[in-house]
Design a protein. Structure first.
Length: 514
């Protein structure tokens, strides 16, 4: 495997040093940043802007036992059941026990959570939960409202610096394998090495590995791929959560629009074209079964019927209720000619969330000294084989804060004398490749063989093809972001397929038909 995505033809220049560099400006990155002690300098990199992230797009909410009728032990049990026995118990206990305080912290930071008629947090329920414990903001715009608030707070901190439209390329390590900086590519195309002793990977998901995803176009696995090149380990990459209800479209789109699970939490029913509720009898929670069960049921229904989509029926609710509770979904569907108060919503499973990721401990530390990971890019052990709905944003908060607390304890500010130069690298083949075609090839293979239902023969075929794609990319280099993104996507695809082939039993979000 390549150690660096670039080759020896690239010239880089040292830039300013910081105590901490956070890659990613979504919920995990921002919450980590505001918990870094103000006496330490903190740089936050965004590939584009804060408005382009999985966090910004998150609709449903944040799960936590904040109601007097609920308790962390009940949340613990729901999480463990959804994770199909593969959750790390210690990590789950950290999540459910510390999560309520992080919600209270967000309230104190003026995140505009929706309130009920008594002025208390309005709570709803999603798949796999036996209690109403999902807090939300702006109806179905929890991610956007939370990120906006945290970004504003971070922008007012003198020790936090933002770099937008910055392409993170690699983690630079010293002779002992510890973090010494990062390599980035600016808007002008210049390469810079930023010196630091602590790097937090909070780059989100890997949606562009698949043909249809709810993730934005920037979700190319950059942080995970760079972490592996630096010596970190990936774990449980076979567990991909395919959201059962992406809004179906007859036209290809850059990103699938999500019909939140909260719609089913408010009474939405899954039906086929004939109006039959096919989830009845599939699970005790029917439409609110864990997502992997619902996704498989939909795929099987589509295979049976030959149709391209099924439907969510929420027409039992009034137009006024739907406009208030789901303003984003209501307006987007209406823009497409679907009045969800009268029309069924066409949906199909789409790639949504990576359950695995960079392996970390309970303080977000990887095995590379100075390298941390949190949010979707990390594997904390919380989700096991299947993520419980709305635990992901809570994971961003709890383990982002824990990463910051650990960094604050360990941080040494003196970086004088640190060598920020990249090691001498060989020059690789400089041929130009068709990166759009390569990306399409990767996505087609993953959709055909690494989707909701998998087989050994399909996985083996796709893995062999993907290794050839990766070898072609590793043998060449072109000084452009498209090359690095393709390299990262291919690296992640190989990791997913290899892990899926190795795990022969069906469990959680990984289902082997054979």
């Amino acid at each position: 495997m390549l150690r660096y995505a670039i080759d020896g033809s690239v010239q880089s220049a040292p830039a300013r040093t910081y105590d901490v560099v956070i890659i990613g400006a979504g919920l995990a990155g921002l919450y980590t940043a505001i918990h870094i002690d103000s006496k330490f300098s903190c740089c936050v990199l965004a590939k584009e802007t804060i408005e382009v992230s999985n966090s910004w797009l998150a609709q449903g909410g944040i799960a936590a036992a904040v109601d007097s009728a609920d308790d962390p032990e009940m949340h613990f049990q729901d999480t463990m059941i959804a994770g199909a026995g593969l959750c790390d118990e210690a990590a789950v206990r950290v999540l459910v026990n510390e999560g309520p305080q992080d919600i209270r912290n967000l309230v104190s930071l003026n995140v505009p959570f929706d309130l009920n008629q008594y002025g208390d947090l309005q709570l709803t329920r999603e798949g796999g939960h036996h209690m109403n414990r999902i807090v939300h903001a702006g109806g179905d715009a929890t991610g956007r409202e939370t990120v906006k608030t945290l970004a504003y707070i971070a922008s007012k901190r003198d020790n936090i610096y933002f770099y937008d439209n910055t392409f993170f390329v690699d983690i630079v390590t010293d002779g002992n394998g510890a973090v010494s900086g990062i390599l980035l590519k600016t808007e002008t195309g210049a390469y810079h090495v930023i010196g630091c002793k602590h790097v937090v990977i909070a780059t989100g998901g890997i949606g562009q590995v698949y043909k249809i995803s709810t993730n934005p176009l920037i979700a190319t696995g950059d942080g995970m791929a760079a972490a592996v090149r630096a010596g970190a380990e990936l774990k449980n990459m076979e567990f991909i959560q395919f959201h059962p209800t992406g809004l179906w479209s007859a036209q290809a789109e850059d990103r699938a629009f999500l019909i939140s699970e909260a719609v089913r939490g408010e009474g939405g029913l899954l039906k086929n074209r004939d109006g039959v509720r096919f989830m009845e009898g599939q699970h005790e929670l029917n439409e609110l079964a864990p997502r992997d069960i619902v996704a498989r049921a939909i795929v099987r229904e589509l295979n049976r019927s030959g149709e391209s989509h099924v439907f969510v029926d929420i027409t039992a609710k009034s137009s006024d209720f739907l406009k208030t509770r789901f303003p984003t979904i209501y307006s987007e569907c209406l823009r497409r000619g679907i009045d969800i108060s009268r029309d069924w919503i066409p949906v199909c499973p789409v790639q949504h969330y990576l359950i695995g990721g960079i392996q970390t401990d309970l303080y977000a530390r990887t095995r590379v000294p100075g390298l941390y990971a949190c949010g979707e890019a990390a594997y904390t052990g919380v989700h096991g084989a299947n993520r419980l709905a709305s635990n992901s944003m809570l994971e961003c908060l709890v383990f982002g804060r824990r990463a910051a607390q650990q960094i604050n304890r360990d941080l040494i500010t003196d970086t004088a004398g640190r060598d920020l130069a990249l090691p001498a690298l060989p020059v690789r083949n400089g041929r130009t490749l068709d990166y759009m075609a390569i990306r399409a090839r990767i996505q087609n293979l993953m959709n055909d063989y690494g989707f909701v239902l998998r087989t050994a023969s399909g996985l083996a075929y796709a893995l062999d093809e993907m290794k050839q794609v990766l070898a072609q990319l590793e043998d060449s280099f072109e000084d452009c972001g498209a090359y690095v993104e393709c390299l990262n996507i291919a690296s992640i695809a190989v990791a997913i397929l290899q892990a899926a082939l190795n795990r022969k039993e069906s469990i959680g979000a990984h289902y082997r038909e054979d």
